[in-house]
Write a new protein. Sequence first.
Length: 220
Amino acid sequence: MAQKLFRDPLYDYISIDRDKDAWLLDLVNCRELQRLRYICQLGLCQLTYPGSTHSRFSHSLGVMHLMKECLSHLKRDRRKCFGPLDEEALLAAALLHDIGHSPFSHATEEIFGDHETMGVTLIGSPSSEIHETLSKHAAELPSKVAALLEKGAEAQLWQKSLISSQLDLDRLDYLRRDSLYSGAEYGHFDCLRIIHTMELREKIIEERHQKLLGWNDLKQ
C-alpha cells in the first residue's frame, strides 16, 4: 500500500493512499487547490504575529485529515449512515472548502467576493481542474460536494455540520493550527477526544427523521 505523505506540525503525517484514493491525490494536485499554498491562512495577521505565515493549503490538508479520522470513527456505528459517494463527497468537501479564498483571505472578501460562493462556482465550473477531477471519479460527485458547501443546498444535516457548524472539522483544525503558528495560547484542546466521542442521533425535524451529530463524553 503506497502512501503519499505530507509532513504536518499538528498531525505528524497526513497520508493519502496512492492506489485506493488516487482521485483524492489528483484533487490535491489541481491548480485551484495548489494556489492556496500562496495564500496566508490568517491574511494580514502576520504583521502583528510574524510567525503566522502558514497557508490555506496546509489548513485544507488538515481538515481533510480530520475528516478521514471522523469517517473512520462513524463507520463503526452498525447503523448504515453512508450512501453512495457520501464518503468521497465529504473528503472532497473538507479538502476544497477554502478554494474560493482570494489573496489575504477574509481581509479582501469585500473586494473579491464571498469565498464560499466562489468555491461552489469553481466546483461547478466544467472549465476547472477540480470539476474535471471530481467528474472523472463519478459524474455526480461535483454536485454532491457543492451541496455540502453551499448554504441552503439540499444535503444531509449531519454531513453539512461536519463542514460548517459551531463544532465543525474546519474549526477544529484552524483553532489549533493558528494558535501554533501565531504563538497565541487559545488552541490547546483535545481534538481527537471530540472526534471519538461523536455519534449520530435520530431526531424528528419538520415531521422527518433526520440524523444529527451529538457527543457522548461517557465513552472511554
